[in-house]
Design a binder for this molecule. Structure first.
Ligand SMILES: [Zn+2]
Length: 347
């Protein structure tokens, strides 16, 4: 039995969906932030991945679509998928699994990017030959520099950005450094990256990791005008952060993302004194956990959807805004890359 099903009562979840989500959620959903992995990708077969405190030995594309079927009744779901970007994991096996699992109809593969081991030739061959639609670097892959001080260009060397630019790819960036979106160095690096490589599309995962209000209030300035910079909403549980973004960003550059499989686990991200933490029913190294069972939890996913709904309502967005966020923006981004690739093949 999977994490999400263990502690979230199905009847209670159905009730939340019916009362709070069903009338709001569009018929088509493209989830732009999904992690999948085979058990062979894990570093140590005996230790499972801790999915917000619940052991997962693998999370296949079928697991994801099964979870979606339960979480979003009567919705047509598609997904942009990548592996687990951890240095101890077998990236090659994970990337290959993602490629095999994605059918380019419902699921689209993104390649993890390790700047120390991936050569530009390999990346270009993989994209042109196998059809990866995007790249996902990660601060931890810059092994010699701590994620607290590393910089975006360390994660994304020019030789790789040249390919992303040439092939019109998107790059999902998980910002490093404790200041996240509000870090001046990060913001300069992102602005410079977008302005130098104008045909590449840069996606700030988790709204630049601005999980608490002060971070986006101090961090968004100057970024919303950049035409090739996008924001995904993965794991955002905070409606005020989303409302701040929805009021200022170009509505064509917002992408719904869940961060499955963690999204399906029970818990919530909360702001406390200009910081955030996760609260979960199970012990997890990233959370404070409810040892005495004081709270009844629902999934992070439903907290994400509640926050999006509230932010949409508070900022007076239209239903076409919601459809763009959940589906059309992401589809346009995928199509943009695909038409660029058709051009490449006809060369
Ligand atoms: Zn993620």
């Amino acid at each position: 039995m999977k994490a999400w099903h263990q502690t979230v009562a199905r009847a209670a979840a159905r009730d939340i969906f019916k009362r709070e989500i069903d009338s709001f959620l569009p018929r088509r959903i493209l989830d732009f932030h999904v992690h999948i992995f085979s058990s062979a990708s894990r570093p140590d077969r005996s230790t499972p991945f801790s999915c917000a405190g619940h052991p997962l030995r693998s999370y296949t594309v079928d697991d994801f679509f099964d979870d979606c079927k339960a979480a979003y009744p009567r919705r047509q779901v598609s997904a942009v998928c990548f592996g687990m970007p951890f240095t101890a994991w077998n990236k090659r096996i994970n990337d290959r699994y993602v490629l095999r699992a994605c059918d380019f109809q419902r699921a689209f593969p993104v390649r993890l990017l390790d700047p120390e081991h991936d050569t530009p030739d390999e990346v270009r061959r993989d994209v042109i030959g196998h059809g990866y639609v995007g790249l996902k670097p990660y601060p931890d892959y810059v092994r010699k520099i701590s994620p607290n001080v590393t910089r975006v260009p360390n994660m994304l060397p020019d030789s790789i950005m040249e390919i992303a630019d040439d092939l019109g790819m998107f790059v999902v960036v998980h910002l490093p450094r404790p200041g996240r979106l509000a870090d001046t160095v990060n913001r300069k690096d992102i602005a410079r990256l977008c302005r130098r490589w104008t045909r590449a599309q840069i996606i700030l995962a988790h709204v630049g990791r601005a999980y608490f209000l002060k971070n986006i209030v101090e961090g968004l300035d100057g970024l919303t005008e950049i035409p090739n910079l996008w924001f995904d909403t993965a794991m955002l549980n905070h409606w005020e952060v989303l409302a701040f973004l929805f009021k200022r960003a170009d509505p064509r550059r917002l992408l719904f993302g869940s961060d499955a499989p963690i999204a399906f686990a029970p818990g919530k991200s909360v702001e406390i004194n200009n910081q955030y933490t996760y609260i979960t029913p199970a012990a997890w190294d990233l959370s404070i956990h409810d040892t005495s069972g004081k709270l009844v939890f629902t999934s992070f996913l439903y907290e994400e959807l509640r926050a999006i709904r509230r932010a949409v309502e508070e900022t007076g967005q239209s239903s076409s805004f919601v459809e763009r966020l959940f589906f059309h923006n992401g589809m346009e981004l995928l199509q943009r890359h695909c038409s660029r690739m058709r051009g490449e093949k006809n060369k």
